[in-house]
Design a protein around this ligand. Sequence first.
Ligand SMILES: [Zn+2]
Length: 315
Amino acid sequence: MKPGVEMTEAAEKQNKNRGKMSTEVSPHRKQMGEKMIHEQKLEAIGRMAVGTARSLIKPVLKPALINTLNLISRLLPVRSPVPIFAYHSLDESGSFLSFSPEIFRRQMEFLHSRGYRVYTVSEYTKLLYEGGEMAIPAVVLTFDDGFANFLTEAAPVLRKYGYRATVYIPTDFIGRQSDFTSLVDLPILSGNEIRKLAEEGFEIGSHSRSHPNLTRLTPDQARNEIVRSKVVLEDLTGKEVRTFCYPRGDYNREIIELVKEAGYQAAVSLRPGNRNSIADTHILHRIVIGPRDSIEYFRLALGPLFNLYYRLFKI
Ligand SMILES: [Zn+2]
C-alpha cells in the first residue's frame, strides 16, 4: 500500500469513529439535553410574558414616565443639551420615513415660543471645535434624503421663525424619485431648488451618491460615493460642503476615515442621544422623532434626562 492511500484510509477510520461517537448518546448526555430543552422552553415563555407585559403597560407607562421626567428636568440645575433632530419626509403617509407636517409645525412653534436658537450642523460643529459658547437653549435640525416636500412643508415654517436646517442629499437622485427606498415613493429636490436653498442659508450636506450601505462597498467604491457627492453639491451650490450623513446610519472605522480624508468637518449618524462632544464630530448622535411620538417626548428629547430614559427604558 502506498503511504498516501494508507493515510487516507486512516483518516476515513478516524472519521467513522467520530461519527460513532456523535450518534451514540449516553444516558447522562440525554438527560442534559432534555434539561436544556426544558430551560429553553422556560426562557421562551418568560420572554413572551415580558413582551406581553411591556405591550400592555407601554401605552400607560410611557406617557406617565415621560411627563414625570419632564417635570424633574425642569427642576434640575443642569446645563441643557443641544440635540440634533433627524427628519426625513414631511408627509401624512405614516411611513417609517414620514413625519406629520402639522406636528412639525407645532414643534417649531414650541421651540420659537421657548426662545430656542437653531444651528446648522456646520455652525454647531464649529462651536464644538473652537470650544465656543453654545446658545442655550438651542437645537440642530437635519433632513435626510432631500425630499422635495422639504420646500413645501418644512422651509416655510422654518423661514417664519428665522430658522435654518441642514439638508442631506443623495446626489444620484437629484430631481428624481426616491428609488433608494421602498418605504416611500416621493420626488427629490431638483438642482435648482437645492441651489436656491443654499443661497438662502440652508446648509446642504452630502448623503452619498446612491444611498448605499457604505460598509459593504470596496474602499474605492465608498471613496467615490463620499468624494464625488461632495464635488457635485459644491459645483451646484458654489459653497463648500462641510458635513456628511451616513446613509441608513451605517458606518465603520474605515468609512469614518474616508469621510475625514474627503475633507468633511463633521458627519451625522443615527446613534441616539442628545449630547455630543468634540470626540463625536464624525459620528454625531441624533434623535429621530417618530410619527407617533408626542410633543412631550419631543420636550424630553430637549432635556437633560433623555439619554438616561433611552438607555434604561427604550420604549
Ligand atoms: Zn437616507
